[in-house]
Write a protein that binds this ligand. Structure first.
Ligand code: SAM
Length: 243
């Protein structure tokens, strides 16, 4: 999927059906029908617009959403700690706007599949329209309460980002393949304590919780140091494996 990036770094989905227009000018649709990544287009005001092949983070930035989404720092850790790979099958709940679903889809590829459960019909519709717009074939959005049951079996990863995730652990254990992972994102430590206790009772192994604190570095002529402002806390990430 191609996107346009203007001189200020602002991104737009490329729509071949209509002229491109923003405050930096207009480009007639005839002028970008055959464009390829790397091309530079020019508006009638002489401003330059770059044509780029979108990566998953571009798509997340451009997608519709009505709820908060997971940050790349946490998504990256879920993918690396669980060793998710090409061809894997993932269950994910709740979908929200489908940020982590898009990352999972990107990693598992077309040989794998992501089944994402969302209880709210309006959120499920937005997520579905994002998936359709990006023409992804390996994500299935399910407008369903995951606590009523997980339809999939022999799953490689179940990822939970919803209230009281510990209520689901028996269902998750049933749906995972041996060697498969549970990963949970939870903002409060009390949730983590309950999660550990119930994970052990259900039979999970390799139970572990981490928090990722990310500091951006500011580079100035005067000196280089971490930025004074940062995201203090997002959520705890807990992992458990079915062995
Ligand atoms: C914080 S959002 C998820 C964000 C998402 N994981 C992401 O990648 O950014 C939590 C979502 O869980 C949904 N939800 C809550 N309980 C649920 C349940 N029992 N089954 C399915 N979805 C649920 C909410 O409607 C909400 O959209």
């Amino acid at each position: 999927m191609l996107i346009l990036i203007d001189e200020r770094g602002k991104k737009y989905l490329l729509n071949l059906e209509q002229d491109f227009q923003n405050d930096l000018g207009i480009i007639k649709k005839e002028d970008f029908q055959d464009c390829v990544p790397g091309d530079t287009l020019e508006t009638h005001m002489g401003k330059h617009i770059k044509v780029v092949k979108a990566d998953v983070n571009d798509l997340i930035e451009l997608m519709q959403r009505r709820c908060s989404i997971l940050l790349p720092k946490d998504i990256g850790i879920v993918i690396s700690y669980t060793g998710l790979g090409c061809g894997d099958r993932v269950v994910d709940a709740g979908t929200g706007a489908a940020a982590i679903s898009l990352h999972f889809a990107n990693v598992v590829g077309n040989e794998g599949k992501v089944y994402s459960y969302e209880i709210r019909e309006d959120f499920a519709q937005i997520a579905q329209s994002n998936i359709d717009q990006f023409k992804l074939k390996n994500v299935e959005i399910k407008n369903k309460d995951i606590k009523e049951g997980i339809d999939e079996e022999d799953v490689d990863l179940v990822f939970l980002d919803l209230p009281r995730p510990y209520e689901l652990l028996e269902l998750v254990y049933e749906s995972l393949k041996t060697g498969g992972w549970l990963a949970v994102y939870a903002p409060y430590i009390e949730q983590v304590q309950i999660l550990h206790r119930i994970s052990k009772k259900v039979g999970f192994s390799e139970i572990n919780t981490i928090e990722c604190i990310l500091r951006e570095i500011e580079i100035k002529v005067k000196g280089t140091r971490p930025k004074t402002r940062m995201v203090g806390h997002t959520g705890y990430l807990s992992f458990a494996r079915k062995l």
